[in-house]
Structures are given as structure tokens and as C-alpha cells.
Design a protein around this ligand. Sequence first.
Ligand SMILES: Nc1ncnc2c1ncn2[C@@H]1O[C@H](COP(=O)(O)OP(=O)(O)OP(=O)(O)O)[C@@H](O)[C@H]1O
Length: 267
Amino acid sequence: MIVVKVGGSSGIDYDAVCVDLAGRWKAGERLILVHGGSGETNRVAEALGHPPKFVTSPSGYTSRFTDRQTLEIFEMVYCGKMNKGLVERLQRLGVNAVGLSGLDGRIFEGKHKDSVRSVEGGKVKVLRGDHTGTVERVNTGLIELLLGAGYLPVLTPPAASYEGVAINVDGDRAAAQLAVALRAEALLLLSNVPGLLRDFPDESSLIRDIPANDVERYLEFAQDRMKKKVLGAAEAVAGGVGRVVFGDARAGKPISAALSGAGTVVS
Ligand SMILES: Nc1ncnc2c1ncn2[C@@H]1O[C@H](COP(=O)(O)OP(=O)(O)OP(=O)(O)O)[C@@H](O)[C@H]1O
């Protein structure tokens, strides 16, 4: 089993990802697609007059402050436009894909965090009314049912809280938990960069290999949202996933390239 997570930043070639995915699926490989949608969510939120608000925690992690209205916009984009766009591409390529969010069948579950600490102007503020959390549990029953019946699952945040509330969760870490739960042989985190760069945005500074027992040390090279990918990779390899690759989804055959060693390989 291979878990492929494709991001939602600008420049990603979703046609290239789906053509590659469809080819491998039809050849008999079992794969699951997880996706993001941050770039499009930002555009739609601006257009709807509710611009995105990002907060940086005292430990340096950036996240989207998700009030109820933001959550609804997030769902429109992630579960609507992005998810159905990918399912449609796969259907046109002859793959019977099924798109679901983590809320459906409680595929992704975690604790609801209602407040977040944010560093603003050198001071730490507590913001309430946040609909976020982290995936702690993956319920694989529905996924196994779909895979067993020949469907390719296309999954997206949000997740379900233990009380059944929709929560915005990081897609990379959700994909990592999924890969662990399914005992996947590989997790591919594909985005609009060649991999983890030692000196972002200099693409010639690509880090080619990271030893599985030393992933967290590489957090120092990751800025803002890349930190979550490094954290997800650490969680996946600690949970028994054989290999995590940070790969490029901007062109070519992104999945095949990542599986044949392009990008940053954590193993
Ligand atoms: N050291 C680094 N190497 C590579 N990219 C980095 C680094 N530090 C920060 N980044 C940023 O991380 C981004 C990738 O993370 P991001 O979460 O935005 O992507 P995504 O997975 O495509 O999106 P989504 O959240 O929608 O799934 C890159 O576009 C880049 O701007």
C-alpha cells in the first residue's frame, strides 16, 4: 500500500499526479490519495470577504485560524472543488475513485482544540473559537471496504472530533497517521518544491536523504508549513512506514519519480 498526499499550493500539476496514479492503479498497485487545498482556500476566502488568518504558535508552527465561517469555506474548497476535481480526473482516466473527508465515517478522528496560542507583536495571545485539531486515530474499516470493492479512496481534511464536530487538521500529518494505520510501505508527500531544501527557496540545496532515526533534527531547515511535513514524516517512520518521500508534484510523473528516489527520501 502506498499513501500519496498531494498538497494544495500553487503550481501543482493535478493532471500529472492523476495520470501517474491511474497508470499505477491499473497495473495493480494499491494506492490511496490524500490531498490539501490551502492555496485555493485562501483565494476563495478572500473572494468571499473572509480573508484567511494564520497564527504562529510560540514554538514556531503556523496554522490557519479556523472559526466557523472559515471552516465552512475550507469544506467548500477541500471537500468540494478540490476533492471532486481529483475524483473527476480519476474517473475520466477510468479509475473508480470515491472522494471522502475525514468526517465521513469518522475516517480521521482527533481532539477538538478550541483555543490557540498566537504570537502577535512579540506577545502571546489566546484566540478562542478555533475548529482545529490533530488526527489521533484513523478508522480504517470504511477504507478497507472501499479498497476491497475496487474503489480508490480520495481523502481530505476535515476530521471528526470525538464529539462529532468537524475540525481542520493538517493533511500531511493525517496522511502520516493513515500510512501508519494501513501499514503502508511508503508515504509520498508531494508539493510544489523538489523536496526539503537546506536553504529554502534555493532548489539546488535539496536534501536527498534523511535517516529515519534522525528526522526531527531536520526541522531546523523547514520554515512555516514545511515543518508539518517533517513532523508527519517523523511520525510515519516511527510508526513503521518504510519510507517517506518529500517529492515534486509540478510536472512529469510525480509518484513514479518519488518512488524511484527523486526528492528527499526519509528511510
Ligand atoms: N526548507 C524548505 N524546503 C522546501 N519547502 C519549504 C521549506 N521551508 C518552507 N517551505 C515551504 O513549504 C511549502 C510546502 O508546504 P505547504 O503546506 O504549503 O504545501 P502543500 O502540502 O502543497 O499544501 P496543503 O497545506 O494545501 O496540503 C512550500 O511551498 C514552501 O514554500
